[in-house]
Design a protein around this ligand. Structure first.
Ligand code: URA
Length: 233
């Protein structure tokens, strides 16, 4: 089996991420750093990732984390900022975040060691709606909300149709917005396109998986129904 698939099916990370680990020299096969991304693993080969053996025996696990502001959504950070990994205190499996939330964004993040599920949810062809509560620095008009619904230019790219509901308008506004794609800083750039800065941003759902009353910095296991839904959405 090709090395990236072997690492992904052991539940360590996605295939794409496995390719990166190989490139970074973090994968060894039978004692030597692997330099060949297309390597085929045979029975009896000893594969190490960051010095730890890949046994294929890890079970898949799935969590919902309520990410606080001030954490990066990566497994390690060059600038030494806190990572979401540090919040998964009681989880021994090598989970990783599915998709990204900005450093300042709070809310629902799925953490798993199932690389195929991660690829499935984040694939650009998927149209799972992710819903956010955004506080913005001004009063949004019905016309501007309609522009967001139809799609706005966020710098050479026009966003897909979105669902937008104004929840509060008093000097600043609170808006619920659902988008079916995940361009970098998309919600912030969408509001910028109609003239506002996002003051705070919280993701409250990914498809039918809800953040609910999970406290910031806490996590829970996804239910079997939620995992099933995500695998088939
Ligand atoms: N859109 C953003 O602008 N930021 C996020 O973290 C998620 C969606």
């Amino acid at each position: 089996m090709r090395i990236n698939k072997y690492i992904a099916s052991a539940g360590i990370c996605s295939r794409r991420k496995a390719d990166e680990l190989i490139e970074q020299g973090r994968v060894k096969v039978n004692g030597a750093v692997l330099r060949e991304p297309g390597f085929d693993v045979s029975e009896g080969d000893l594969v190490l990732v960051d010095g730890k053996p890949v046994t294929g025996s890890e079970r898949f696990v799935y969590y919902a984390l309520n990410k606080p502001a001030g954490y990066v959504t990566t497994t390690s950070d060059e600038m030494d900022r806190p990572t979401v990994m540090e919040l998964m205190t009681e989880v021994s499996a090598r989970v990783f975040p599915v998709g990204r939330l900005d450093y300042e964004t709070t809310g629902l993040l799925i953490m798993t060691n199932d690389g195929d599920l991660a690829n499935h949810i984040t694939h650009p062809s998927k149209k799972v709606f992710k819903t956010y509560l955004a506080e913005i620095d001004g009063e949004i008009s019905l016309g501007q909300a309609e522009q967001l619904r139809r799609g706005v230019d966020i710098g050479g790219y026009t966003t897909r149709p979105a669902q937008v509901e104004i929840l509060k308008q008093a000097g600043h506004s609170k808006v619920r917005i659902s988008i079916s794609e995940g361009k970098n800083r998309q919600v912030r750039r969408m509001f910028k396109a109609v003239g506002f800065n996002v003051v705070s941003l919280q993701r409250i759902s990914i498809g039918r998986v809800l953040l609910g009353h999970l406290h910031e910095g806490h996590y829970r296991r996804l239910t079997a129904e939620e995992v099933d839904y995500l695998k088939n959405c």
